[in-house]
Every structure is written in C-alpha cells, then in structure tokens.
Design a protein around this ligand. Structure first.
Ligand code: 3VV
Length: 211
C-alpha cells in the first residue's frame, strides 16, 4: 500500500472540516491573517478601509453569537475530538491547522505547512509554536493510546531550525503509564530530519466539561 493510501485509511483524530459551516469562514480568516502580515505598499487610507470591513464582519458575528456559556457547552459537546482547539481545530483561525491520525503502531501522526503567522527566526518556525504543536499532539497521542491528562512538564529540544512553507510531520506516542504519571514523546520532522523533539509528563486528570 502506498504511504498516501495508508494515510487515508488511518483513523482521524481531529475534526473533519465542514465547509458548509463556520469552517469555510475560518479558512478565509486564516488567509486574511497571513495576507495582512507586512502587506507593504498599501496606503494608510486603503488599510483603514480594510479595517472597517473586517470590523463589520466581527460586529456581525458577535451580534449573532450565542451567549459565552452556551458556546462553551457547545464546543465541549460531542465526539471526543475538538473543533475549537488552537492546533487542529477547524473552527479556530489561529490553528495551522494540523490534521492528526492514528497509526497502527500506536503512535499518531499529522502533517501541516506553516506560513508567515508562525515565523520566529527569519524563514523559520517560532519555537513557541513548535511547543504548541507538540504539547497538543502529545495530548492527543495519550487519548489515542488510553489514559490521558494534563501537561505537567514539557521538555523540548530544538535540533535544527524548522522551516516555514514546507510540509512538517508531527508525531507522538505514549511511552509509559505509571499510576497517574503518563510519559509521552514526539517529534516535528521536515524532509525526514528531526527539527524538534519533545518529552512530556502528563498527570491523569480531567477538567470537567462545561454543561
Ligand atoms: C486537556 C484536556 C482536554 C480534554 C479533552 C477531551 C477531548 C480530547 C481531544 C483532544 C485532546 C486534547 C489534547 C490537549 C493537550 C493540551 C494539554 C494542555 O495544554 S493541559 C494545560 C496545561 N497544563 C496545566 O494547566 C496543568 C496545571 N497543573 C495542574 O493542574 C496540576 O499541577 C496537575 C494536574 C499537573 C497535578 O496536580 P494534582 O493535584 O492532580 O496532582 P499532584 O498530587 O500534584 O501530583 C500527582 C503526582 O504527579 C507528580 N507531579 C505533578 N506535577 C509534576 C511535575 N510538574 N513534575 C513532576 N512530577 C509532577 C506529583 O509529584 C505526584 O507524584 P506522586 O504521586 O507523589 O509520586
């Protein structure tokens, strides 16, 4: 089986984008965020007009949104993968997003391409963004493997710079469970080379979902 076919058959661990709903608007918002970065030659007057139009969109969304308590209940209802989180969530415009899937060997894996909003050093991914991706992916790997919990410690090693604009593979696997202590490891690779590796200690504990 080709790697692409194998990837298609893996169980998805992240929400499926729903282009008939909010996800399509979020995809457009991601384009706006990237396009706004150092747009350069546009005049101040033109950008005032852009700001007014974006404010009008935000006003419209806020006026039609349910109360915050209802939104919290709604975002935590359902299927065990989240639509709102800042790494994989199709409803979250700051999520790259990263689509994760379970592998037969018990690990999980996903790919993403990061653009300008995630830049740290010139042309490379911000180290805090790599930490975000790995923290979340280690957390999802715990859900995939069994016991899961809250991050208590996250140790990162930045082996080499992580490139923008190139496919990044993020993997993680649960390596041990000792009472409430869960140890999990993961990597971000580009072109087959490890850019960042992470080791996390998670403590089994669930925060109650809003009801
Ligand atoms: C996230 C849940 C989502 C649910 C989702 C369902 C859908 C699934 C979909 C998608 C997966 C999502 C994936 C998300 C991934 C992202 C994860 C995060 O971002 S988590 C937020 C950041 N982390 C915090 O905010 C923790 C803050 N800290 C705490 O709450 C506590 O300190 C906590 C829970 C870590 C421990 O507190 P205690 O009171 O429960 O337990 P004590 O008694 O202190 O410790 C238990 C044992 O662990 C050791 N321990 C605790 N913290 C330690 C540490 N930092 N280092 C070493 N050992 C530690 C202790 O020494 C103790 O060990 P001895 O039993 O005595 O041997």
């Amino acid at each position: 089986m080709s790697p692409e076919a194998a990837a298609r058959e893996r169980p998805r661990l992240t929400a499926t984008p729903d282009n008939a709903g909010v996800d399509a608007a979020v995809a457009a918002a991601r384009r706006v965020v990237a396009a706004l970065l150092h747009t350069g030659g546009n005049s101040a007057a033109e950008m005032q007009d852009v700001a007014a139009r974006l404010d009008a969109v935000a006003d419209h969304l806020e006026q039609h949104a349910p109360p915050m308590a209802d939104r919290m209940v709604d975002m935590w209802a359902g299927e065990g993968v989240t639509r709102h989180d800042p790494v994989t969530g199709p409803e979250n415009a700051i999520a790259p997003p990263l689509a994760l899937a379970g592998r037969d060997d018990g690990a999980i894996e996903g790919t993403t391409v990061l653009g300008l909003p995630y830049q740290g050093p010139p042309g490379f991914v911000h180290g805090g963004v790599s930490a975000l991706l790995l923290d979340h992916t280690l957390g999802v790997a715990n859900h995939w493997a069994g016991p899961s919990g809250m991050t208590a410690e996250l140790t990162l090693r930045y082996h080499r710079t992580t490139p923008l604009f190139q496919p990044l593979t993020v993997t993680a696997r649960q390596v041990s469970v000792d009472g409430r202590k869960i140890r999990t490891e993961g990597t971000i690779t580009a072109g087959g080379e490890i850019c960042v590796s992470a080791a996390g200690l998670f403590i089994a504990k669930q925060v109650p979902r809003p009801q």
